[in-house]
Ligand binder design. Structure first.
Ligand code: FES
Ligand code: FES
Length: 155
């Protein structure tokens, strides 16, 4: 099938999409957007988090066909050209990145949280990011990063 979708503000057409193909596969393998990671491909880890029409989804659980005539935003689409988004910069500055495999999903999920709640508590942050698994950091620095981003975005 031919898929027509908008990804990070750009109209994209993809030919030959298989009926069972995931949005994650289409983003990574067909559109060359490797930011979204495929750690589990079972909806368990959050590493593939993207926005679909403004809603946070696990792109491994969404069919590529479901993105037809809809808008997808990936971690690559959050930052202005040549710059980091405030959430991305906060993850760097707070030391919340180790191997980095979970980081794109956490960035998108944190971005979503801060769009809904500009000053989340630690409990709010932990709850919002509960679907994003990190095997390296122990989460404390990730919470610090989201709080730092919230402070910076508020000023
Ligand atoms: S790769 Fe999608 S939730 Fe793990
Ligand atoms: S930094 Fe390695 S999994 Fe999170």
């Amino acid at each position: 099938m031919r898929l027509t979708t908008t990804v990070n503000g750009e109209r994209r057409e993809i030919d030959g999409v298989w009926e069972g193909e995931s949005l994650l596969y289409a983003l990574r393998e067909r559109l060359g957007l490797p930011g979204s990671k495929n750690a589990c491909e079972q909806g368990e880890c959050g590493s593939c988090s993207v926005y679909l029409d403004g809603t946070l989804v696990c792109s491994c659980l969404v069919l590529a066909a479901q993105a037809h005539e809809r808008a997808v935003v990936t971690v690559e689409g959050l930052a202005p050209e040549g710059e980091l988004h405030a959430v991305q910069q906060a993850f760097v500055d707070a030391g919340a990145v180790q191997c980095g495999f979970c980081t794109p999903g956490l960035i998108v999920a944190s971005h979503d949280l801060l769009a809904r709640d500009s000053r989340p508590s630690e409990a709010d942050i932990r709850e919002a990011l509960a679907g994003n698994i990190c095997r390296c950091t122990g989460y404390a620095k990730i919470v610090d990063a989201v709080q730092l981003a919230a402070e910076r975005l508020a000023t």
